[in-house]
Design a protein around this ligand. Structure first.
Ligand code: CA
Length: 228
């Protein structure tokens, strides 16, 4: 796996590259958002660690541009207090986030979790399940395509996995810790903001928040809307 670090602070970038090398993960860094986007589009990376504070482009804009043409896993890194940017990045399709300062162990755990998720997605066992028809929505686990009233909805790999998980048993309330464990493979409760951001993104793409109802203090309930 090749990890691309998009980070303008050379010391931080070098620390991450060295740390990943110590874990036998190939990594390189670029110092601007533009160079990062170019590297991803050139196929030079399998996973991106994106600092949101960059000199040339806003990190959220980098995230949006990468997502415009690539499903590559993106872990965003933000400074404490940059909560708004982080949520925006997650809604734009970033898969996970870390808050500075973070340790290598934490970064490695997030990389492994994101990688497991996307690997599970790409070698999805042959024909695991027939398409699910839920109101106006059709979710096909085999092709990983989603249509709403016949129109294709474009979801990121993580959004798709989350929607698949939530819709497995419509009407049932799913607990946040269980969703984090099953979709993000983490017990880390801090990831719950990541979950909220992905739910928000799916709701927006489905055009109606009623699809995923928040159950205060517990989690979420998937409620099919419309007719097939
Ligand atoms: Ca920075």
């Amino acid at each position: 796996m090749r990890v691309l670090i998009i980070e303008d602070d050379p010391a931080v970038a070098a620390g991450i590259v060295d740390g990943l090398a110590g874990a036998a993960i190939e990594a390189h860094s670029v110092g601007t958002g533009r160079a990062g986007i170019d590297a991803v589009l050139a196929g030079g990376a399998d996973l991106v660690v994106l600092d949101l504070g960059l000199p040339d482009l806003d990190g959220t804009e980098v995230c949006r541009q990468i997502r415009g043409s690539s499903d590559i896993p993106i872990i965003v890194v933000s400074a404490r207090g940059d909560e708004v940017d982080r949520v925006v990045a997650l809604e734009l399709g970033a898969d996970d986030y870390l808050t500075k300062p973070f340790g290598m162990r934490e970064l490695l755990a997030r990389i492994r979790a994101v990688t497991r998720r996307t690997a599970a997605a790409s070698d999805a066992a042959p024909a695991p399940e027939a398409p699910r028809e839920l109101g106006a929505l059709v979710i096909d686990p085999r092709t990983r395509r989603v249509t709403l009233s016949g129109a294709e909805i474009h979801l990121t790999p993580t959004e798709f996995d989350l929607l698949l998980h939530l819709s497995a048993d419509p009407g049932t309330v799913l607990r946040r810790p269980d969703i984090l464990r099953d979709v993000w493979h983490t017990e880390w409760y801090g990831a719950t903001k990541t979950l909220d951001a992905h739910v928000a993104a799916i709701r927006r793409k489905l055009g109606d928040p009623a699809w995923i109802e928040s159950v205060r203090g517990i989690g979420f309930r998937f409620e099919p809307q419309g007719t097939p």
